[in-house]
Ligand binder design. Sequence first.
Ligand SMILES: [Zn+2]
Length: 91
Amino acid sequence: MAMNRVQFQKGLSMSEFLKRYGTVERCHAALLASRWPTGFICPHCGETPHSTFERNGRPHWQCQTCRYQTTVTAGTIFQATKIKGAFSAAC
Ligand SMILES: [Zn+2]
């Protein structure tokens, strides 16, 4: 029987995964680096000046040009996550 190349593809080991994403802070940093690698860019107007604040324990970014408010998970697959105290608390 042929080897299933999808199942046996090289990937992250559990220890490497935890090293990269194992804490809320690391997860948040990875999302930030992925979404805004050069810093915040307003998804509404494209400007970069912004302020940050917390609402319901979650960090938010507000564009200083158009006042659009967003989170690092808005518009991503993590947007509707209901996991409390782990991922959504910081993201
Ligand atoms: Zn804006």
